[in-house]
Design a protein around this ligand. Sequence first.
Ligand SMILES: Nc1nc2c(ncn2[C@@H]2O[C@H](COP(=O)(O)OP(=O)(O)OP(=O)(O)O)[C@@H](O)[C@H]2O)c(=O)[nH]1
Ligand SMILES: [Mg+2]
Length: 254
Amino acid sequence: MFRDKKVVVVMPAYNAAKTLRQTYDEVMEQGVVDSVIIVDDASRDDTAEIARELPNTKVFTHPSNLGYGGNQKTCYRLALEAGADIVIMVHPDYQYTPKLIPAMASMIGNGLYACVLGSRILGGHSIKGGMPVWKYVANRFLTFAENILLGAKLSEYHTGYRAFSREILNTLPLDQNSDDFVFDNQMLAQILWSGYTIAEVSCPTKYFPEASSINLPRSIKYGFGCLATGLAFRLAKMRLAKSKLFPLDKEKLV
Ligand SMILES: Nc1nc2c(ncn2[C@@H]2O[C@H](COP(=O)(O)OP(=O)(O)OP(=O)(O)O)[C@@H](O)[C@H]2O)c(=O)[nH]1
Ligand SMILES: [Mg+2]
């Protein structure tokens, strides 16, 4: 709990057996998390079996692999059903330290922000932490392009460490988004479309052999998806094209 608010951590999991327990243990050590929801996207390893052994944890298994975005849709639906006031997504591959959970929960719980990101770029140590140089360069380029297209000023759009208020999850048309990795990007664009301010905290980066890491072909697809999202947003703002992702009745004019 943060004050009287229920804090739920969601973990979209796919072949995360090697790192799931360690991530879970550190999440619970923070002392503010009421329960964990793990959605297993038809993993080929023991992710679901390990998840079922964890206390205070709801495990949901997709019958077939839907993808990272499809997984998150289930995560947020279940978190709302569980009565969460503050929802924090932590990847079960132990790349993001759970030690930031209390800080992120308080920024949402105090009513200051409806969305907080753990940024790997802000601290300036992402390459030292093992982020491949090509990922760093792609991240910086896409972030630059998206800041222009979306009219925002974020240090990165590609982190998987995110906290949300209940209200924002109820507001966004998440079902319209992709089931693939670009879901993450579409969600941030929808948050900006709805007029919310996105907060960032710096987060150390960790890359190690057991961690899951998106490969080059999927990264390229993701990169083009991000640019397409930014363009769709800008065209919708200029009233030049309609987009289901960015409905006019949810637009906040500022
Ligand atoms: N549901 C689903 N989840 C996936 C899939 N691939 C990866 N994941 C999960 O999504 C999370 C992020 O995937 P990663 O491959 O680590 O991608 P990333 O963290 O955005 O990129 P890196 O910075 O390179 O690690 C991990 O926790 C995986 O368990 C998939 O095909 N389906
Ligand atoms: Mg990863």
